[in-house]
Write a protein that binds this ligand. Structure first.
Ligand code: ATP
Length: 361
């Protein structure tokens, strides 16, 4: 490894998180044999529900410190339904990480790999390729730990939108649309909100309109979230970059994953100004853990996002080359239509999918 290789903290987490992380690390080693200059200094640590059971902390201080000293994080999935804090809430350190490190831009690519299964029966689905940017530090999650229930009669949570985060979020989205436009995409950002009902959402839209003026080369659209849900199913090829509030993004990105074959196909990156966390969009899938049915594709495509991001952070062109090679290999694995993951009704699990991707490297 080169002395100044980027340092990446690896947190496999719980449930299928560990299974798909194993596959991702195997693939990463294979890519690095092809591109030795894309070396990483991997720091393997534990966090999540299992760590909470063992140590009393789901996100120990040494993990937070390691992330502070690292370039980025590769994370499997965290949380188990029956391991909870004493107040009954779920253990979700991956969401705490977004708050602690200001990872405001949740990047969720919705790209249908040619040959991969999809419930969309329209020929236009073949070119489906858009990106959801889910704001990931505020919105309805801003006060996720301090909602109230009064006298067992009234429960309240709060929505928070700040100018500072919204401006950074929209600028990030417009810059992404510019990069995509340079690569042949339409160059459009669609804001998804509920500005017709909520003050916070009208404010969100006002800031979007202000920031849009700084990017005259990018087209804009605005949709209410209910209409967007309909359109995601009916005309998903209309989108290029979609930017939205935290909770709306949480819901719409699962809908998007459904369009491209399921949770096992949907990667993600949570990006801030100082660091970033790369993880599949899915959770720990307790219903299939240990069965060999977990699809590692989302996790492996999250490694592609990590390598691409390192290239944009001026860590060397080798990372861009490694990202491209790995992406081509994942696409090639699905191209002939023979690979059908369990989640899409087929019989290809972790080992078979990993094998196909390695063969194509
Ligand atoms: P979270 O709230 O942490 O996002 P969740 O409870 O919404 O998690 P997931 O763990 O993502 O849900 O699982 C949702 C469904 O998708 C489950 O039926 C699970 O088996 C399936 N699933 C999730 N990830 C994968 C995967 N990688 N491969 C196959 N199936 C998966």
């Amino acid at each position: 490894m080169a002395p100044n290789s980027p340092r990446i903290v690896v947190l496999p987490g719980d449930g299928i998180g560990a299974e798909v992380t194993d596959s991702a690390l195997t693939v990463l080693e294979a890519v690095q044999r092809r591109v030795p200059a894309a070396a990483l200094d991997l720091v393997h640590l534990d966090a999540g529900a299992g760590t909470y059971l063992e140590t009393g902390s789901a996100l120990p201080d040494n993990v937070i410190e390691a992330i502070r000293g690292a370039d980025g994080v590769l994370l499997g999935a965290m949380g188990l339904p029956d391991v909870r804090y004493p107040d009954g809430t779920e253990i979700i350190p991956q969401i705490e990480l977004r708050m602690i490190f200001g990872l405001y831009a949740g990047v969720r690519p919705i790209r249908l790999l040619p040959g991969a299964p999809t419930p969309l029966g329209d020929a236009r689905a073949a070119g489906l390729d858009f990106v959801i940017i889910r704001e990931s530090t505020e919105g309805l999650f801003a006060h996720m730990n301090d909602g109230t229930v009064e006298d067992d009669e009234v429960a309240e949570d709060r929505m928070v939108i700040t100018r500072a985060t919204s401006e950074r979020l929209f600028d990030f989205s417009f810059r992404l649309a510019q990069q995509r436009k340079a690569a042949g995409h339409p160059g459009k950002v669609t804001l998804v909100d509920k500005a017709n009902v909520f003050k916070s959402m009208a404010f969100f839209r006002k800031i979007f309109d202000e920031r849009a003026e700084a990017f005259p080369d990018i087209a804009t659209d605005r949709q209410y979230v209910d209409a967007a849900a309909l359109n995601f199913v009916r005309n998903p090829w209309d989108y290029d970059v979609v930017v939205t509030e935290n909770m709306f993004g949480d819901i719409l990105s699962d809908l998007g994953a459904g369009l491209i074959g399921g949770m096992g196909m949907a990667p993600s990156a949570d990006i801030g100004d100082d660091t970033a966390v790369f993880q599949p969009s899915h959770g720990t899938a307790p219903d299939i853990v240990g069965t060999g049915k977990a699809n590692p594709t989302a996790m492996i495509l999250s490694v592609v996002l990590l390598l691409e991001w390192l290239a944009t952070q001026d860590r060397g062109a080798a990372f861009g080359e490694a990202a491209r090679l790995l992406d081509v290999a994942v696409c090639a694995a699905y191209a002939d239509g023979a690979l059908v993951p369990y989640e899409a009704g087929g019989s290809d699990g972790t080992a078979a999918i990993l094998k196909r991707i390695l063969e194509n490297l």
